[in-house]
Structures are given as C-alpha cells and as structure tokens.
Design a protein around this ligand. Structure first.
Ligand SMILES: [Mg+2]
Length: 135
C-alpha cells in the first residue's frame, strides 16, 4: 500500500462530512462514546473471525479495525502514524544489545533490560497537545 491509512481515512471523513481535527483535542462525550462503540464493535468482529475464519473475513475485519482506529485518531486530531512510529521505536528496544530476544513460553516477546517505554505524550505534545490541567 502506498498511502498511509491516515490519508485514505481522511478522504473518507471528508467525503461523508465526518469529524476531522488537525490538532490533538478533547471531543464531546457523545462523539467520544460513538467512536468507542465503533472500535469495540470492529474489535469484537475481528476477535471472532480470528478464531473461526475464514481468511477473507479475517482480512476484512482486520482492515475494519485499522480503518476505525485511524478514523478515531482523526476525530481526535491525533497523527496516528507518528504514534505508531513511537510505539515501534519502543518495541524494538525489547531486543538486547546483542540481538537476543527473551520470550515467554507462549512466544510473547518480553521487555529486556534495554527496554524504553513509548513516550506517546511527547509525540502528542509535538502535535500541539496540551494535557488537561496544563492549559
Ligand atoms: Mg467489520
């Protein structure tokens, strides 16, 4: 895919007159709740077909999750690509200096001694966010 989902979802929101913000912002409780319901619905659908399949439905529901996540970020004025880059940066610090990986018995990658947590607040501040109580 050449375009970020952010560009595609912004096009969708523009075409249908849906909310879109350019800076991280609190939104109305009704809108926040609506986005939460959309996220929960798509996450539930993806969780179901992740178990049952078939693969084309799983692919569709995974795309729906990403689409509604990007849409929710857009509604809140969050540049989600930048947040994902920060989470990725943090995740890569789970690798030891010699490239060693520690895993749980179920295969989940564990945080090693060099792990750095993502600083999502710093990313949002760079996007213009002022946390509640700081304004
Ligand atoms: Mg769906």
């Amino acid at each position: 895919m050449s375009a970020s989902p952010a560009d595609l979802v912004r096009e969708f929101h523009r075409a249908f007159g849906l909310d879109a913000r350019d800076e991280p912002s609190e939104v109305s409780p009704d809108l926040a709740a609506h986005r939460g319901e959309l996220l929960a619905e798509e996450a539930r659908e993806a969780g179901e077909v992740a178990v049952t399949g078939p693969l084309d439905r799983l692919a569709h529901e995974l795309a729906d999750v990403v689409y509604v996540a990007y849409g929710t970020a857009l509604v809140h004025g969050i540049d989600l690509d930048a947040v994902i880059a920060e989470v990725h940066r943090s995740n890569m610090t789970k690798l030891g200096p010699g490239g060693e990986v520690s895993r749980r018995p179920d295969g989940k990658v564990l945080k090693g001694d060099h792990y750095e947590a993502p600083d999502v607040a710093a990313v949002l501040r760079r996007q213009g966010w002022t946390p509640r109580g700081e304004a």
